[in-house]
Design a protein around this ligand. Sequence first.
Ligand SMILES: [Zn+2]
Length: 307
Amino acid sequence: MATGFFTHPECRLHEMGQWHPECSARLSAIEDQLIANGIDPLIHHEWAPLAEEASLARVHTRAYIDFVRDTAPEQGYAEIDADTQMNPHSWRAALRAAGASVAATDAVIAGRYDNAFCSVRPPGHHAEPARAMGFCFFNNVAIAARHALDVHGLARVAIIDFDVHHGNGTEAAFAGDERVLMCSFFQHPFYPFSGFDNQAPNMVNLPMPARTRGMEVREAIDLIWLPRLGAFRPQMIFVSAGFDAHREDELGNMGLVEDDYAWITRQVRDVAVRYANGRIVSCLEGGYSLSALGRSVVAHLKALANL
Ligand SMILES: [Zn+2]
């Protein structure tokens, strides 16, 4: 299988202060591990384009897009949320991150790749249609899913979110939209303190207590996600790929390891192969232990590429 890998150097220039965990070293850690594991030559690298405003506006309000653009400082930092800041490069980094997910969607639908991973930052799944939060500005996965539905005319897409935090922004964008099935698990109670009550029938939220390990997550996916995905028959699958449920990650308190991410990815790939011509676009969300992040992305990519 051919797997695309979308990233851009401008994604590394966005930074939110010296000690902020959502840092550019995350992307370096991923690329180091791709090289160390010998899979770098086996995936196809592409630079992400800047997202067009029309793409952003399929999820976000015009007023919010203008607000983010106008908030970007010429020097120093501008605070947009208690834990989310902009520096002079953040606007273009956010456009590259959203542009990656849209370009990856185009490439996969065109058949240039079977699936693709976007190694980008800032992440997206906490960004609501009119609000930045939790290190996120634009909801990369939601923008890509709307692009697949509205531009390419797909009828049904699934969104898988395995970040340790609930994807409140993605839920806000799609709750009640019957073209979308969103399956997620997340630590609960935990930031952003949403998702434990399913807001709409198309939301399959699995709140899990701290210290939940991979075997329990796999069991829940097997019992709950997979039957729903099979009944929904998605034509394409988008993944909010956060790796902060890893047991070494200090921003979460769950107990997953690389093998769990490989297993989850294989299940998603099996669903995609059965119903969606194999089409998957996965976008990096969280994951803050640099070593665990790099190793987990390798496991995810190996499963995507069937290596
Ligand atoms: Zn997270």
